[in-house]
Ligand binder design. Structure first.
Ligand code: SP5
Ligand code: ZN
Length: 357
């Protein structure tokens, strides 16, 4: 039988060409490439999934989960970079910050918006790996529109829908982007589900990395629970500063955040036990809807993480998460082009079984 999960897709997602990533001071080729989206779309279409175009949405949901200044910055920074002459006169053909207004630098001074774009570039960005080029904004918006369209489908009765978001989003906080992410597609989907009437939403993040952005966007809210399993940041993995088990939420959100950091080398059995633990905790909340940050980079084949999950693992995880409640799947990481398509098909196949089984 063909894969009965709508795949929401925007052609604009191919327009983001980061052109590499600056890692430890050197421009590397980068792994978050347009071909990822092509591979995913082609594999899912070949498996029989209906491909649905993303519908354009306004900025209302985006501005609820993000500082509006971050949204405006991303919308305009490439044009400002060009007008300042960086590509033409200085050979800088992507936006990369070089000064970051860390808490230690400001030491209590107000956070200004520097008039010079090369100074301003660090205001909303926390790493050097997340470059902006000419087509980036169109793709960033295309990815959010895909997430919001998938949320619309689920709010109007679809049991499960998948958004093929590129660039990914779970590393973006309310006001800062990084980790190859620019706007938080999963947070937008969760907020849209709330707005459409879901009283409680559970976000389950199975990307290999901790979704620090999603965690912090909902950190003080009890209406959106966030649970993640990921390679232990304490063992030396990105995002380094978040993802520890002690992070449980704050204020009204205290107790509505759960991190399960895993040791490098974790394979299917222990990984699925952690997925099961997150699902049990989510189920106890009685969520009206689930958002899954579906990173495929926990796979054994992936070059960006030391987890050792197989296709069968992703199929089982898809089944577990989608059995909880109506489910929006959001594409996050996953970088091994030869294995990416089959991993996505396995995850969606499992989700369809969980939803309808
Ligand atoms: C969405 C997502 O999976 N983001 C992952 C961002 C973490 N990237 C960390 C990259 C660390 C350096 N990688 C070395 C590869 C050389 N290009
Ligand atoms: Zn990841």
């Amino acid at each position: 039988m063909s894969l009965p999960v709508p795949v929401v897709w925007s052609e604009d997602c191919l327009r983001h060409e980061p052109g590499g990533e600056v890692w430890l001071g050197v421009l590397d080729q980068g792994t978050e490439v347009p071909a990822r989206a092509v591979v995913l779309r082609d594999a899912l279409a070949a498996a029989g999934a209906p491909v649905v175009p993303a519908r354009p949405h306004g900025e209302q949901i985006l501005r609820a989960v993000h500082d509006p200044d971050l949204v405006d910055h991303l919308a305009g920074v490439w044009q400002a970079w060009v007008e300042a002459g960086f590509p033409a006169q200085y050979g800088r053909d992507r936006v990369v910050p070089y000064v970051f207004p860390t808490a230690g630098l400001l030491a209590g001074l107000p956070l200004r918006s520097p008039p010079a774009v090369h100074g301003r570039a660090g205001r909303f960005c926390y790493d050097t790996m997340t470059l902006v080029g000419p087509g980036s904004w169109a793709a960033i918006r295309g990815a959010v529109d895909a997430a919001l369209t998938a949320a619309d489908l689920v709010s109007s009765g679809e049991r499960v829908a998948y958004a093929l978001c590129r660039p990914p989003g779970h590393h973006v906080t309310r006001a800062a982007y990084g980790g190859s992410c620019y706007l938080n597609n999963a947070a937008a989907a969760a907020q849209a589900l709330r707005t459409a009437g879901a009283r409680r939403v559970a976000v389950i993040d199975i990307d290999a990395h901790h979704g620090n952005g999603t965690q912090m966007i909902f950190y003080e809210r009890p209406d959106v629970w966030y649970g993640s399993l990921h390679v232990d940041p304490g063992a030396g993995w990105f995002p380094h500063y978040a993802g520890y088990a002690s992070e449980r939420g704050r204020g009204d959100g205290d107790g509505f955040n759960r991190n399960l950091p895993l040791p490098p080398g974790t394979g299917d059995d222990d990984w699925l036990a952690a997925v099961d633990a997150l699902c049990a905790e989510a189920r106890a909340l009685g969520p009206d809807a689930v958002v899954v940050s579906l990173g495929l980079d926990a796979a054994a084949t992936d070059p960006e993480s030391p987890l050792q999950v197989t296709e069968a693992g992703y199929r089982a995880a898809g089944r577990m998460v989608a059995s909880l409640a109506p489910t929006v799947l959001i594409q996050e990481g996953g970088y091994d082009l030869p294995s990416l398509g089959a991993l996505a098909v396995a995850a969606l196949d499992g989700a369809a079984a969980g939803a309808h089984g």
